[in-house]
Design a protein around this ligand. Structure first.
Ligand code: FBP
Length: 549
């Protein structure tokens, strides 16, 4: 039997705050019809049954209509993010409030559980064990891509067998894209199953004008900022190391930017800026080396560098290489699969254009192997496996050694590297994430009750106290555009990257020269769950800056 810590026991009793908007009887009020963020004609054609639906907002209603009982299913999809259990708890409580006879089934280990008919009923005693805890272990998560008709049909068999009328998919942009395709398909064939999405990902890149933040970002960045602060304090105590810290966030640099705002390290790389400035790997290395040399000239042979996990993909030359690699792999998959493991790299090089082949060969083998050979089921490069922090630390060392010979660098340079990734994804949710997730889940049950499909659960006004949050639904088709995936144009949710004219980035560039020159470290300390509200209930700096609070 597993033993619980004192914090876990105390935290289990926390009652997440539910916005006023979700208390009592509700009615769904329709707003303006929507259209996709781009490529309207193509997206509309692909989603004839779910395109253009209006925004929804829940408002108080008089008396609750009697509800027929219904069964719902839930799937956790993709990378873990703090608060997932509270989404499920909120969904469960909402369903039970609608009708105590309602049942909730969880599909095991992600979308694969639906296709393989692997499920369990989530009863009150199971849910109670997981309230306010981190992780996705209540039913597990997975990255199976739900995209083919036979998967949808196989899923429908079990949904029918369990009399499930609504499915909630808790996932990132890829998983919600799949939720949207599934909603469209089930509606088109009259399957009688609603599909609702929930915005999850620590990466913070599933957001738009209507979704203010994805859940898990708040907790993960607070955990990482605590770790970075601790490293900074160690760094400032020993004054002998440059610490290179890679931060999770596959495609966007939101996590890195938020942690920089919280901890004020000496150097922070933002992938989106690297791309916009058309920088090369050597430009980045020179930039860091110069900051190291400048501090050394003032007697400071130490510092911290934050590196976003997805940096490598933002370097324009490497981005082009990855795009060609994707095309080459998509066009030659069958032949490629037959090639002996030790000949695969050679095969790929033979298919690349001259320029890309040269770049590919110039990369360290560990990096080129990752770019070429290892993809997740959605076709993404697994950047968490590329040790960019070590690569940069070593390349800066080589540059400084050259400068030493030329008399341009007279200091000392010793490095340590760290990766803040998996350490933060399953932390116990902060009050913000505990409340936000519970509300997202509860709100999903209200979207189900309102008979909606193809919507994402939306909770807005999140910089205000939870009481004032606004609840509703956003058609997922509204977030779509067309992008090339595995060599084909596909409808996908547009990822939100760091905006270089956005308030968080502007705040960062206002300070970065000073943070590089001086030692301005901030030590945020651990997440606090109990105590004064200014300590426990703060949203991220990103959210506050984006919503000007
Ligand atoms: P999601 O987009 O599914 O939320 O996952 C995000 C993430 O945590 C990335 O930051 C990271 O690159 C990736 O998952 C790691 O994937 P895995 O868990 O499969 O190692």
């Amino acid at each position: 039997m597993s033993t619980k810590s004192a914090l876990q026991i105390a935290r289990a009793a926390y009652q997440p705050k539910l916005p006023k908007a979700l208390r009592g009887a509700l009615k769904a009020v329709e707003g303006e019809p929507t259209q996709s963020v781009a490529d309207q004609e193509e997206v509309k054609k692909l989603f004839p049954n779910t395109y253009g639906m209006p925004y929804l907002k829940f408002e108080p209603a008089d008396g609750a209509p009697a509800k027929k009982s219904l069964n719902a299913g839930v799937i956790l999809s993709g990378g873990q993010a703090p608060g997932g259990h509270n989404v499920i708890a909120g969904l469960f409580d909402g369903l039970k409030k609608l009708n105590p006879a309602n049942k909730l089934y969880g599909f095991i280990l992600g979308p694969g559980g639906l296709v393989d008919h692997n499920y369990m009923e989530l009863t009150a005693d199971i849910i109670d064990e997981y309230r306010n805890t981190g992780g996705f272990d209540i039913i597990g998560s997975g990255r199976t891509k739900l995209e083919k008709k036979d998967q949808f049909d196989k899923g429908l068999e079990i949904l029918k067998a369990l009399d499930i009328k609504a499915l909630v998919i808790i996932g990132g942009d890829d998983s919600n894209t799949n939720a949207c395709v599934l909603a469209e398909y089930y509606k088109a064939i009259g399957a009688g199953v609603q599909v609702i999405g929930c915005p999850k990902t620590i990466d913070g890149d599933l957001k738009n004008s209507e979704i203010e933040t994805s859940f898990g970002f708040d907790t993960a960045t607070k955990v990482y900022s605590e770790i970075i602060g601790n490293i900074e304090r160690d760094c400032n105590s020993a004054r002998k190391y440059w610490h290179f810290i890679k931060l999770m966030g596959r495609s966007a640099s939101h996590v890195t930017l938020e942690c920089a705002l919280q901890t004020q390290p000496n150097i922070t790389l933002i992938g989106e800026e690297v791309e916009a400035k058309n920088q090369t790997l050597d430009d980045i290395v020179t930039y860091i080396a110069q900051a190291v040399a400048d501090r050394a000239a003032r007697g400071m042979n130490f510092g911290t560098v934050l590196v976003p996990e997805g940096l490598i993909e933002f370097i324009p030359a490497i981005k082009k290489l990855i795009a060609e690699l994707n095309d080459v792999l998509a066009a030659n998959q069958a032949e490629f699969d037959m090639i002996q493991a030790d000949k695969k790299i050679q095969y790929i090089v033979s298919k690349l254009s001259k320029g890309n082949a040269a770049i590919f060969k110039s990369l360290p083998e560990s990096v080129s192997r990752q770019l070429a050979l290892e993809r997740d089921p959605h076709g993404n490069v697994q950047v968490s496996l590329i040790e960019t922090e070590q690569l940069l630390a070593d390349m800066v060392g080589v540059k400084l050694a050259e400068w030493k010979k030329e008399g341009k660098f007279l200091g000392k340079y010793a490095t340590q590297h760290h990766f803040c990734g998996y350490e933060g994804r399953c932390a116990a949710p902060s009050n913000f994430d505990a409340d936000y997730c519970y509300s997202l889940g509860y709100n999903a049950s209200m979207l189900i009750a309102a008979g909606k499909t193809g919507y994402m659960s939306s909770i807005k006004n999140t910089v205000a106290p939870a009481d004032e949050w606004i609840a509703g639904g956003i058609p997922i088709t509204m977030m779509m555009n067309m992008e090339k995936r595995n060599g084909e144009m596909k409808p996908v949710i547009r990822k939100a990257l760091v905006e270089l004219d956005g308030a968080p980035f502007k705040e960062f560039i206002k300070h970065r020269a000073e943070w590089a020159r001086e030692t301005c470290f901030v030590y945020p300390g651990p997440i606090q769950y109990f105590g004064p509200t200014e300590v426990c209930d703060q949203p991220t700096k990103t959210l506050k800056l984006e919503h000007k609070k």
